[in-house]
Design a protein around this ligand. Structure first.
Ligand code: AMP
Ligand code: TRP
Length: 338
């Protein structure tokens, strides 16, 4: 494993995954990526995986898939995921993920999969029996990702807690069936920021799939674009700055973002903004968003010119992950008699 001599191992082994959907937005950064970076000082056994197999549940052209994987690796590194501290790799390059998913699929009743909230939502959205098997078995592949490395902890967003619970259930069932303790039951690590909302419709999450480009800030947005999007953010007719997610979702979202970016609580921000109005809050938010994202954007641009270096880093990560995965997968196969 990659070892950082000074890392304190609060967590035994961390695994997490992110879909390659192009350049991440501020919601991805505050809700997931920043936690990944911070965790690097809390464990010396970390695997971060760009889950390209999961991303195949949505059709994209081959060139786009390739580009998305590269963009995600670059973005993660630019945000501070350090391949010398964590194993950063691409899921499809370690064949045991798919193989273990098959094995675990043979132990998982369809009834449980049918109850998954995300599956039910996608099924309704697609409809007409056209929803495919990959969407139904998505959580099994996610369980395989985690269990393949016998990870003890998984940083996730709250929308993935149900899938993680299923991974725990699968681990328990497998261990019981084969009278083993090969799989630890992975615990979630929840970050402080769970929901960064859309600037245009603050009761919906900031999302890549939102039609309006002004609804989100991407990590590569220029200072001017960041400024414009925040100035246009929907608020309400009250000018003072208060925090009430139900009654004032727009302003409260800006308070939450400001709090997250400056490592404060929403209450601290309210105190600080006493006597100021929402346009001043926006001005301060612009300043701290710009100063957080400027170095990241610069690093992304630099890394985009370093094609060979990026390929080398992905390959190194895949090699390290494969070493670990092969060892464990051998034990798993021997347990089940294949
Ligand atoms: P996605 O691209 O939606 O699969 O999200 C990748 C990661 O970013 C997941 O860990 C999500 O929980 C997190 N994430 C996505 N959107 C948001 C958001 N608007 N606020 C906070 N976290 C988010
Ligand atoms: N399903 C996760 C998401 O959509 C991504 C993911 C795949 C993942 N495998 C994982 C997250 C394993 C944590 C652990 O965000």
């Amino acid at each position: 494993m990659a070892a950082a001599a000074s890392a304190r191992s609060i967590y035994q082994r961390i695994f997490s995954g992110i879909q390659p959907t192009g350049i991440p937005h501020l919601g991805n950064y505050l809700g997931a990526i920043r936690n990944w970076v911070d965790l690097q000082s809390k464990s010396d056994q970390i695997l971060y995986c760009v889950v390209d197999l999961h991303s195949l549940t949505v059709y994209r052209r081959a060139e786009t898939v390739k580009q998305n994987v590269r963009d995600m690796v670059i973005s993660l590194m630019a945000c501070g995921v350090d391949p010398d501290k964590s194993i950063l790799f691409q899921q499809s390059k370690v064949s045991q993920h798919a193989e273990l998913a098959w094995i675990l699929g043979c132990k998982t009743p369809v009834g449980i999969l049918n109850r998954m909230t995300q599956w039910k939502a996608k099924k309704t959205e697609i409809g007409g029996g056209m929803e495919h098997l990959g969407l139904l078995s998505y959580p099994i592949l996610m369980a395989a990702d985690i269990l393949l490395y016998r990870a003890s902890h998984v940083p996730v967003g709250d929308d993935q807690l149900q899938h993680l619970e299923l991974a725990r259930h699968i681990a328990r069932t497998f261990n019981g069936m084969y009278n083993t303790n090969i799989f630890p039951e992975p615990e979630p690590i929840l970050g402080d920021v769970t929901r960064v909302m859309s600037f245009r419709d603050p009761i919906r999450k900031m999302s890549k799939s939102d039609q309006s480009a002004n609804s989100r800030i991407n990590l590569t947005d220029t200072d001017d674009l960041i400024s414009k999007k925040i100035r246009l953010a929907v608020t309400d007719t009250i000018s003072s700055v208060t925090f009430d997610l139900d009654k004032r979702p727009g302003v409260s979202n800006l308070v939450l973002m400001y709090a997250a970016l400056t490592h404060q609580t929403p209450n601290d921000v309210i105190q600080q903004m006493m006597g100021k109005d929402t346009s001043q809050l926006k001005a301060e938010l612009i300043e701290c968003t710009v100063s957080t994202l400027r170095p990241i954007r610069k690093k992304i641009t630099e890394l985009q010119r370093e094609e060979a270096f990026i390929v080398q880093k992905i390959n190194e990560g895949c090699r390290k992950a494969t070493d670990l995965a092969s060892q464990h997968f051998c034990d798993i196969k021997s347990l089940i008699g294949i």
